[in-house]
Ligand binder design. Sequence first.
Ligand code: AMP
Ligand code: ZN
Length: 461
Amino acid sequence: MALTLYNTLSREKEAFTPLKAGKVGMYTCGPTVYNYAHIGNLRSYVFADVLRRVLTYNGLEVTQVMNITDVGHLTSDADEGEDKMEKGAAREGKTVWEIATFYTEAFNSDIHKLNIMEPSTWCKATDHIQEQIDQVKALEAKGVTYTTEDGVYFDTSKLDDYGTLARLKIDDLQEGARVDIGEKKNKTDFALWKFSPKDEKRAMEWDSPWGTGFPGWHIECSAMSSKYLGEQFDIHTGGIDHIPVHHCNEIAQAETAFGKKPWVKYWLHGEFLVMDKEKMAKSGENFLTLAVLEEKGYHPLDYRYLCLTAHYRQQLSFSWESMDTAKHSRERLMNIVSDLRDEEEGSKGDTKKYEQEFLDAVDDDLNVPQALAVLWNALRDKELGKKEKLALTEKFDSVLGLGLLEQEKLDIPQDVIDLAEKREQARKAKDFALSDKLRDEIKAKGYQVDDQKDGYKIKKL
Ligand code: AMP
Ligand code: ZN
């Protein structure tokens, strides 16, 4: 079976064939850096990371580009409301630039903790103002723009296929457009360039052929992705909330500016993380960050494990019980794997069956819950030797990204490490009474020390 991926464009699973043999260009809509990412946002990036790892597992060379939105994103995705960055700056009494730097670093730290591979290229919207202006100029030259009091807009009625990705029914939308759309000609029209208010200097503004202001949110993604991946590329990812507005607008911009269709061959979208049946949102009550999980005693990779237990196209309902289960399973997995390093044991059994099952699972539109089950089955298989299990774990973990061969990922507390160290000294000094007493103290803290040929190993009980 070859790799198949569910393409939002066709609403079907399709065989994956890259535009250039052996290579994949992939763009991931990145964070808006006005606040910490919540764990729902982070689920989206775990999904994109797994996708990238599965492509690599299939022998493809992946170039992944991710943007940082540090300008232009208003509180409504449809170009209304306050600027999210300015809102963040006002909330914290900092400049928008400070806010952007701070939350970009926080995001980097989060994804690092979750073993999310860094994209090949990061691109910040504010570093690419000229590219965005150039794309708006190209759209103007194609005759699809108009200017209002507050900005330059894309006239979506000029396209006969606007909104195809979202299967938008434009006529129905227009019917519902009795709500105020200001000077916009159509409800679905969107800002390409917004003017600064007349008597006000904004913290983030630039000159343009149309007047001083800032780019609309959608133009950054079509301008920057094409700069780094070309005018057509293979995969674009994001959360499902991007389908009806942001991604339809990106397609309108890119396909009109470049005159090539389809701009992107495969569109993949991750479902939401929900809590108490509601979508986790930065503006909502149920805003949980990775730091909160860590404060409560979870390892960031417990959360990654939780994400891997649900298919990316299914909603994942967050609960503390499911976090506990994920934590327990991951720790058990780490312990099992740490016991596999046994130099003495010879080879036993064949890994091919498991390799095939794992590949079939991940190649079936990233069925990672199934792939995880294959790993568990292999580890439980009595016919398989430790060496074989270790080799399989290493291979499968290149997709799962759980750091299963890195003992430090168990996050053993310092006091337990200190006790184990003392015990080791006592043992060397042949003070077995003290050594046993320390072993009990360690046990009381929920850990176990096992003596090894060249030292000791600490495990969680
Ligand atoms: P933002 O930083 O708000 O631009 O969002 C970053 C990413 O998180 C986008 O791809 C969103 O689609 C995604 N996202 C937002 N809310 C959730 C959620 N509750 N669960 C999963 N992904 C989400
Ligand atoms: Zn985007």
